[in-house]
Design a protein around this ligand. Structure first.
Ligand SMILES: CC(C)(COP(=O)(O)OP(=O)(O)OC[C@H]1O[C@@H](n2cnc3c(N)ncnc32)[C@H](O)[C@@H]1OP(=O)(O)O)[C@@H](O)C(=O)NCCC(=O)NCCS
Length: 195
């Protein structure tokens, strides 16, 4: 018999373009709570913020969308990510560090992700499971490595380090110090040296 654990969740890979609106609404709520940004000058600015860090990954296509559901089916958290180098994609041109300070690192660790959990589901190992699922998807398509960019002083840096990512570079962006954390994937080093 399956043992019920506190915070028991199921992780599903979904087509972001086919997500029902009630699940999108729950993902949005988690995103805005986790981003801790509630003040926006206008509805347009709020929409642009959501688009930059979440919306564009839910448009379907090759992006990865992983949703963690609790036993009742409610969204406990999510991971969204892209598998190809963001410095080479026009849709990420609004995030200056991809083509700027982190351009070379993006080439070596091309896939990237954003992850957020609802407060009640944090610190139970669910985030690590989402990262492992994303890593498996990236390995399956032969990506050299993956990365995240976060605030240099954020508590989540410890989480990423425990997930096997290493701090590889820092820069100042949008008024704060950010850090690039990357993890090479099996075969990554050798495939890079063959290029
Ligand atoms: C970061 C996050 C995805 C990690 O998932 P998780 O399942 O909680 O992680 P684990 O249980 O495997 O590991 C616990 C670690 O998560 C991180 N974490 C937990 N709560 C956190 C919070 N409120 N804010 C930031 N990081 C947090 C910490 O690094 C923690 O380790 P610590 O207790 O030594 O500080 C999740 O905690 C979260 O969504 N946090 C808030 C939003 C966030 O920081 N998202 C990432 C943006 S780059």
């Amino acid at each position: 018999m399956r043992t019920k654990r506190l915070g028991d969740v199921t992780i599903r890979a979904v087509d972001g373009g086919a997500l029902p609106t009630h699940l999108v609404a729950q993902i949005d709520a988690i995103f805005f709570e986790a981003s801790r940004r509630s003040a926006f000058a206008s509805a347009n600015e709020r929409a642009a913020f959501r688009e930059r860090w979440l919306g564009r990954y839910l448009a379907g296509g090759s992006d990865v969308v992983l949703v963690a559901h609790d036993l009742e089916g409610a969204v406990a958290g999510y991971l969204v990510g892209a598998l190809d180098d963001p410095a080479e994609q026009e849709r990420f041109a609004d995030i200056g560090y991809f083509r700027g300070a982190f351009r070379e690192l993006c080439r070596r660790y091309p896939a990237h992700l954003h992850i957020n959990l609802a407060p009640a589901f944090r610190s139970r190992g669910i985030g690590a499971r989402l990262i492992a699922a994303f890593s498996a998807r990236a390995v399956a398509v032969g990506t050299l490595g993956f990365h995240v960019v976060t605030a240099k002083d954020a508590r989540n840096v410890r989480f990423y380090t425990r997930c096997g990512l290493s701090a590889l570079g820092t820069t100042s962006w949008s008024g704060r110090e950010v850090v690039f954390l990357g993890r090479a994937l099996p075969g990554g080093e050798s495939s890079l040296s063959r290029r």
